[in-house]
Design a protein around this ligand. Structure first.
Ligand SMILES: O=c1[nH]cnc2c1ncn2[C@@H]1O[C@H](CO)[C@@H](O)[C@H]1O
Ligand SMILES: [Zn+2]
Length: 339
C-alpha cells in the first residue's frame, strides 16, 4: 500500500533538526539573518548530513543554521506550526516534538518564553491539521546540571499544558547520563515522564544508567542494548520502549550498515520498539520513508507496522484521556484500510 496513507506516530522528532531549508530562508529574510547562501539547494548541503558522516559528533554540527534562525518568538512559533503542517501530510496522527530551550536563548529569550512560543505554534498546528502534538523538553549533555535543573523546573511548570516529558541529548560519547542524575531525579520527583538518548554513541551501560538510575521509561535509539543479554531481559521486564530511527542510526554510525540495524531482532525478541525520524532535515527523511524502510529492508508486514504504531501509542507521554481519543482515531483509520 501507499505508506503515506498509513496512520502513523512519531515519538522522536527534533524540532531544530527538522526545519526545511525553505523555512530557514523565509525566516532569514524576515529577520535579516545572514545565511551562507540564500539558494535552497545549496543551503540543503549545510543542514543535511552527507553519506560519509563519521559519527554522532559530526552529525551534530548540522544544527547550527537552524539554531541561528530559531531565536525569536515569531520564528519559534513558525517552525513549530510548520512541523505540524509537514507531518500531517504524512498522516502522522500524533507527534512528540522535542527541543532544547537553552539553544534558543541567544537573543535574550528566557527558557519559559521559548517553551510558550513553541507550544503556541504546535497548538495552532493542531487546530489547522489532523495531528495531535505535544512537546518534550531536552536537557543538553554539554550543559551544566544547574541549567538542566532549570529545564526540569520549566517542564514542571508546563506539564500537561503542552509539555509531556523531558529528554537528555547531545554528545553521548563524551557526556555519560550519570552527570545529570540530579536533574532527572528532580524530574522523577515531579512525575515528569523521562526519555533519554542512550546506547547510540556509547555502550549499553548508558542504557542501564538511563533506566535504573535516571528513571527513563523510554530510550532514544538504544542500538547497543543487544551487547548485554541481561539488560535485554531487564528492558523487556520493565516494558521500556525503544525509539529507533533507522536512517539517523546509519548516518551517525550507531550501526555499521543497514543490514546490522537491530530493529527486527529487537521486535522478534518481544522488545517494545517504535520507528521515528529523529531529524527530518538533517537526516533527509520523513516518517513515511522510515516505515517504508521497515518493509523494504527488514521485511515487516503491515500488521507489524500497525503493532509498532500501537507500541508508540502505548508509550506516548500524553495523558490517558487524550490517549484513549487517539486510540479510537487510529483503530477507526486502520479498520478503513482493512487492518
Ligand atoms: O540523535 C541524536 N542524538 C543526540 N543528540 C541529538 C540527536 N539529534 C539531535 N540531537 C541534538 O539535540 C538538540 C536539540 O534538538 C540538537 O540541536 C542536537 O544537538
Ligand atoms: Zn534524537
Amino acid at each position: 500500500m501507499n505508506l503515506q496513507l498509513f496512520p502513523k506516530i512519531d515519538l522522536h522528532y527534533h524540532l531544530d533538526g527538522s526545519v526545511s531549508p525553505v523555512t530557514l530562508i523565509e525566516i532569514a529574510l524576515q529577520e535579516n539573518i545572514q545565511l551562507p547562501t540564500m539558494n535552497v539547494d545549496k543551503l540543503r548541503e549545510y543542514v543535511q548530513v552527507e553519506e560519509e558522516c563519521r559519527n554522532l559528533a559530526e552529525y551534530l554540527t548540522k544544527f547550527e543554521i537552524s539554531k541561528k534562525c530559531m531565536q525569536s518568538p515569531r520564528a519559534l512559533k513558525q517552525v513549530a506550526y510548520k512541523a505540524i503542517e509537514d507531518v500531517s501530510k504524512q498522516n502522522v496522527r500524533y507527534i512528540e516534538v522535542r527541543f532544547a530551550p537553552y539553544l534558543h536563548t541567544e537573543q535574550g529569550l528566557r527558557i519559559d518564553e521559548v517553551v510558550s512560543n513553541v507550544l503556541s505554534g504546535l497548538k495552532e498546528g493542531e487546530n489547522d491539521f489532523a495531528t495531535m502534538a505535544r512537546a518534550i523538553l531536552i536537557c543538553m549533555r554539554n550543559d551544566s546540571v544547574e541549567k538542566n535543573i532549570e529545564i526540569i523546573e520549566v517542564a514542571a511548570k508546563f506539564l500537561d499544558k503542552g509539555v509531556v516529558g523531558v529528554d537528555l541529548a547531545g554528545d553521548e560519547a563524551n557526556f555519560p547520563p550519570d552527570l545529570n542524575k540530579d536533574a532527572f531525579n528532580l524530574a522523577k520527583k515531579y512525575n515528569i515522564p523521562i526519555t533519554i538518548h542512550a546506547g547510540e554513541a556509547a555502550g549499553s551501560e548508558n542504557i542501564y544508567d538511563a533506566v535504573v538510575n535516571l528513571g527513563a521509561k523510554r530510550i532514544g535509539h538504544g542500538i547497543r542494548l543487544k551487547e548485554d543479554p541481561h539488560l535485554v531481559e531487564l528492558i523487556k521486564e520493565k516494558k521500556i520502549t525503544l525509539e529507533l530511527c533507522p536512517t539517523s542510526n546509519v548516518q551517525t554510525k550507531a550501526v555499521d550498515s543497514w543490514e546490522s540495524h537491530p530493529i527486527k531482532y529487537y521486535f522478534d525478541k518481544g522488545i517494545l520498539v517504535t520507528v521515528n525520524t529523529d531529524n527530518t532535515t538533517v537526516s533527509n527523511t520523513n516518517i513515511t520513508n522510515e516505515y517504508r524502510i521497515l518493509v523494504e529492508r527488514y521485511g515487516f508486514i503491515l500488521d507489524e507496522l500497525k503493532e509498532i504504531t500501537f507500541n508508540s501509542l502505548n508509550a506516548a507521554f500524553i495523558n490517558n484521556n487524550d490517549k484513549q481519543k487517539l486510540k479510537k482515531i487510529l483503530e477507526k483509520e486502520y479498520k478503513i484500510i482493512g487492518l
